[in-house]
Design a protein around this ligand. Sequence first.
Ligand code: ADP
Ligand code: MG
Length: 417
Amino acid sequence: MEIENNESEFEMGQEYFCPECNRNHTKGKIYKDHLKFFLKNDSDKGDGEKKEEGSEGENIQLEVPDIDDLDYDEEAELLEAFNEIEEENIDLEDGILQIKEKDECIQAVKSLPGVGDATLSKLIKAGFDSLEAIAYTPPKIIINESGIGEKTTAKLIKASMEKLKIGFKSAEDIWEKRKNIARITTGSTELDELLGGGAETGSLIEFFGEFRTGKTQIMHQLCVNVQLPRELGGLDGNALYIDTEGTFRPERIIQMAEALDLDTKKVLKNIIFGRAYNSDHQVILIKEAANLIKEKNIKLIIVDSLIGHFRSEYIGRGTLANRQQLINQHLHDLLRLCDIHTDLAVLVTNQVQAKPDVFYGNPLQAAGGNVVAHGSTIRVYLRKGKGVQRVAKIIDAPNLPEGEAIFSITEDGIREG
Ligand code: ADP
Ligand code: MG
């Protein structure tokens, strides 16, 4: 069915009728699609009356060699070349934007009192390349990681905080900040609604529940969905996935991407993956992740699962306090990322053996007190329902009403219950 073009209501993801290849297109979908069809259409039709019909359609023709002169391989090659050019263009544009943005942050750090070339280089090398990164990091960490002295560090933090106007704020300022929060759709309207419209940026969101309740599936789905345009429930961004259990499956990503009619290769390319083999490794990966966020346009960080390694490594060592402290630090590394990058969503999973109330004795709960000081956290408890159904329940969220949502895990991914 032909869809009538309506310029005024033209949005990304919407279908429109393309006179050049005489069929419907989706706005925002790649040009490759068009070209492929164009070539195919043209070769099918020989001289093709289509070209004459489409009034301004010929300009594309100029760039494409006469189809009759091409055998199949050449045609495929041409397609590939077009795809490459297209991809390069996208990367280039993004890259320049990001460099520009990064440069502005570095300039701001450079403008702090007492920051000369040597200090600046130490800060950047250690990943403190923005006022936010300096202001939100505990002095001890800056000192250890950059090698800058204690007094200078204290001055830098104070100056960064002043520049960012950190301190007491009016509720109106906070409201302004919260208005900028964006959300990633989970694939289920009910689950989205439970979360206040999807997985939000600027907060640490935790999904916990027993084995096979869908934690990992939701994380996979969000890695795909974050890449969607904002109009379709994404953030136009990439994902970073830290897998501590070895359960990340690219096959599953492909299934979910295909279900959304996305370019699977691109979707996979846009998920940066790190396998953490122990808790130390996990901590290091998150510290490294901090340096990748701007460079790689990361809008979603996943840690699946958060405390598994800590739990198994510290069992029976009689060092519960030590473990707790390490988890706390790790959690704060994650929370700091939420504070520094307001357009970043951070999601973690947690496995619980039995009833959720057992979880309250978990060291993570102890971190809750500090967590609140930094921003909000949302905790969602998952349990099994009938068959493919799962039930999500908000356990602890500063601004969400208590409630439950039912969703399903299907071959296409997370869907309505
Ligand atoms: P958790 O991380 O909470 O232990 P998972 O997220 O791995 O659990 O969820 C496992 C569930 O996901 C299983 O019950 C399984 O039925 C479902 N699942 C996994 N892959 C698929 C698939 N390809 N199609 C349909 N359901 C799937
Ligand atoms: Mg899992």
